[in-house]
Design a protein around this ligand. Structure first.
Ligand SMILES: [Fe+2]
Length: 199
């Protein structure tokens, strides 16, 4: 078995604690247990140079987690340790996105395809939005659990926009259409998906 470097393992441990603490409902909890038990087996380490996008100028203000949320503060700290190695990327857009989406967003795959640990069974990453950016509607077959670290709104299917708040967590059933949008402050959220594909 290949190892996982200390900084990344420390991030995974902090992510498990925080996702597990804030998960809502049995589907989320089950998904998180499955996901993090899969992560007990490290994937293939990928050494990356790390690269940022224009939206990353919002990172510091997006990650201003309130005092009192110890597990979230730890998760943010561990994320900051590995962030210099992360390659922030843009995703494809569509007509549901705001006009400022291209330079107003950045996605980081931490564990998964293109991540710091190459694997296909799990995708664990983060999205950062500059203020007043609407992310495009999208869907995917893996179920997904979000853990939100900032203000901002989310939408599932044709439902109303909702604000999970800092530490808010919710579950996306497979293939549901979903989106997010920032208001006057940047948005930052972690997402975790189980693909059921071999690692
Ligand atoms: Fe998603």
């Amino acid at each position: 078995m290949k190892g996982r470097n200390e900084a990344l393992q420390s991030f995974v441990d902090a992510a498990f604690t925080a996702f597990n603490e804030f998960a809502q409902g049995p589907e989320s909890r089950q998904s998180i247990q499955k996901l993090f038990s899969a992560l007990d087996i490290p994937g293939t380490p990928a050494s990356r140079a790390g690269s940022r996008l224009p939206a990353c100028s919002n990172l510091d203000s997006a990650l201003g987690v309130e005092a009192g949320h110890a597990s979230l503060a730890r998760l943010v700290d561990r994320f900051r340790q590995i962030e210099p190695s992360v390659e922030w990327r843009r995703r494809s857009s569509n007509k549901t996105a705001s006009d400022n989406f291209v330079d107003g967003h950045a996605n980081a795959m931490i564990l998964g395809p293109g991540g710091l640990e190459q694997r296909t069974d799990i995708w664990l990453g983060a999205t950062l939005l500059a203020p007043n950016v609407r992310y495009p509607d999208h869907d995917h077959s893996p179920e997904e659990v979000y853990l939100v670290l900032s203000e901002g709104e989310f939408r599932q299917g044709e439902g109303e926009w909702f604000s999970p708040g800092i530490g808010g967590s919710f579950y996306n059933v497979p293939n549901i259409k979903h989106a997010m949008r920032s208001l006057d402050n940047p948005l930052f959220a972690f997402w975790a998906l189980c693909t059921d594909k071999a690692a």
